[in-house]
Design a protein around this ligand. Structure first.
Ligand SMILES: [Zn+2]
Length: 215
């Protein structure tokens, strides 16, 4: 492996995180949520570092060597590998939400279509669904859960600024969609983050079915 770790990071810890990312990526790829090498996944290692998928790899076939170390500004640490183009969106979550330790970003068909359908509103408002309770901190189907939809851009600082603006406004943020692109969500550990991703995929599908059937 061409990854050189700083002495402060135990190789076992990095290997454990890399395996957890590769396992999750394989399962999400199998579900069809990571088409054509898209999507990226990361886990916090410590206050200054995270492990993230290397750019452009098939997410269904990741091994330890496909995961690299970055600092919290998205720069590669101890490797010549290139992190995902969207790395800054991961490190932003780790910097702004210190209790969050995993970020998952996928491009499923449901996420992609929903992002376009709700882009004009700038938000998907979920209310009345029992599965909203799968999101950490949400205790009732009665509450409204807002998932913002940000315009897509290849210029990451613009996206980072939009996410910052939402967080700065003090509104809760569990996930966001990017128009025509996909979803980002996070959690305190891999299990919680997987639960969030699955719940949101299901809820977005339900909202689209409702629109279709009540048209
Ligand atoms: Zn993406």
């Amino acid at each position: 492996m061409s990854q050189v770790l700083p002495s402060s990071i135990a190789p076992e810890l990095f290997a454990e995180r890399a395996d957890a990312i590769a396992d999750a990526a394989r399962e999400l790829a199998l579900a069809g949520w990571t088409p054509a090498t898209s999507s990226n996944f990361s886990m916090r290692i410590d206050a200054e570092h995270a492990a993230i998928t290397i750019s452009g790899r098939d997410k269904g076939k990741l091994g330890r060597d496909d995961i690299m170390l970055i600092d919290m500004h998205g720069k590669a640490v101890g490797t010549a590998a290139r992190p995902s183009a969207e790395t800054e969106l991961h490190t932003q979550i780790y910097r702004r939400l210190p209790q969050m330790n995993v970020v998952l970003h996928t491009h499923s068909r449901t996420q992609s279509v929903a992002s376009r359908l709700f882009a004009a509103d700038g938000v998907v408002r979920l209310q009345g669904w029992e599965l909203q309770k799968a999101i950490a901190g949400e205790t009732t189907h009665d509450a409204a859960l807002s998932i913002p939809v940000f315009p897509n851009t290849q210029h990451m600082p613009e996206l980072v600024a939009q996410v910052d603006a939402w967080l700065d406004s003090g509104k809760p943020l569990h996930a966001y969609l990017i128009d025509g692109h996909g979803i980002y969500t996070w959690g305190k550990d891999m299990a919680e983050t997987r639960r969030h991703l699955e719940a949101l995929e299901f809820l977005l599908g339900c909202e689209m079915d409702l629109r279709r059937l009540s048209a």
